[in-house]
Design a protein around this ligand. Structure first.
Ligand code: ADP
Length: 203
């Protein structure tokens, strides 16, 4: 399918997925990335990988991830700068970044330097209580499969992540709306339904 508004191979472009913890950003971003040959950059995955490898950064941030608080902005900004510096084409979907106004401002500067425009900011909207239920269920399912659940996929930390989201990340909604990039999407329903809605807003 072709559409003049959809990402074109080879051209720099950036999509930023916004939404509260548990909204399903990671899964939807993954699917969009594979459909349009974009690279998904998930800061949560990158940080968890550092923790798993017990790198110096991993050791520093492990307690922060466990608590549901945010890792300091300068760490995230340096990490993203490094990733983008090593790419030939900046064709990227961000999942979990930016998460504060400071990160959003730094990303704007970086993308301007690199000549990579933000083409859309889908926002997955899901009611708070449903999010907690999903996160707790995700933790439970990991245990059932015999895996170690994410240290922050429990009710107490999920609530903390939600508070942090409302305080630190929600202001980004206005930030990107003011720039004409925001695409609100109803995040309730099946994965396929939600993906269909995302595709529609991008098309
Ligand atoms: P979720 O969106 O479900 O909270 P993530 O995997 O995106 O899950 O993030 C997990 C944790 O990683 C966050 O609670 C936070 O501690 C850390 N983190 C991820 N991205 C960022 C970021 N951009 N800025 C600060 N901390 C981050």
């Amino acid at each position: 399918m072709t559409n003049k508004n959809m990402p074109v191979q080879g051209r720099n472009q950036v999509i930023i997925f916004l939404g509260p913890p548990g909204a399903g950003k990671g899964t939807q971003a993954e699917r969009l990335a594979s459909e349009f040959q974009l690279t998904k950059i998930s800061t949560g995955d990158i940080l968890r990988d550092h923790v798993a490898r017990q790198s110096p950064l991993g050791q520093q941030i492990a307690p922060i991830l466990k608590s549901g608080q945010l890792v300091p902005d300068d760490i995230l900004i340096a990490l993203i700068r490094d990733r983008l510096a090593n790419m030939d084409n900046i064709r990227v979907i961000f999942d979990g970044f930016p998460r504060t106004l400071a990160q959003a401002g730094a990303l704007d500067l970086l993308l301007e330097e690199l000549g990579a425009p933000i083409v859309a900011v889908p926002l997955l909207e899901v009611p708070d209580q449903l999010l907690i239920d999903r996160i707790v269920e995700r933790g439970r399912q990991a245990v059932q499969r015999g895996e170690t659940p994410r240290p922050d996929d429990n009710e107490e930390t999920a609530r903390e992540r939600q508070i942090v989201y409302h305080r630190e990340t929600q202001p980004l909604i206005d930030y990107y709306a003011a720039r004409g990039h925001l695409k609100p999407v109803d995040g309730e329903g099946s994965m396929d339904d939600v993906y269909g809605r995302i595709r529609q807003t991008l098309g």
